[in-house]
Design a protein around this ligand. Structure first.
Ligand code: FES
Length: 137
């Protein structure tokens, strides 16, 4: 059984670095005297842990069916154009990243839905999201 303290160590690494690097997996494995594979399997089980770096501001555009029909594609296209990055990428200054493959966020009635960090934009518009990222620049 994996001790809860490994999860706590992974959470601390996420807070510090924004993702779980290979070095971090090895360091945590050493610290808890388990194999890197065990640490990796714990980290990959929980969605809260990421193995790729994220920007200071993480943007997610829901591309589920309801949001797609409601125009999410236009918002995503604007973001790619404005930020010069694709899904799963991070801006060179590290300020923004666009989450890859965001599917239904459970708010289909208020589609399209976009999240920027902890803030949820319901019935989001291109203009609204463009303004939001300009405020964060
Ligand atoms: S499809 Fe976007 S919230 Fe459900």
């Amino acid at each position: 059984m994996i001790p809860d303290s490994i999860i706590v160590a992974l959470q601390k690494e996420m807070q510090k670095s924004g993702y779980i690097s290979r070095d971090a997996v090895n360091r945590i494995a050493d610290e808890f005297c388990v194999s890197p594979t065990q640490v990796y399997s714990v980290a990959s089980f929980y969605q809260q842990f990421s193995f790729t770096p994220k920007g200071k501001n993480v943007i997610a555009v829901c591309m589920g069916t309801a949001c797609f029909i409601a125009g999410a594609e236009k918002i995503l296209a604007m973001l790619k154009d404005e930020l010069g990055i694709g899904e799963g990428e991070i801006t060179p200054d590290g300020k923004f990243s666009i989450q890859k493959n965001t599917r239904c966020l459970g708010k289909c009635a208020v589609a399209p839905v976009v999240t920027i960090n902890d803030r949820v934009y319901e019935k989001a518009t291109v203009a609204q999201i463009k303004e939001a990222i300009n405020e964060l620049r």
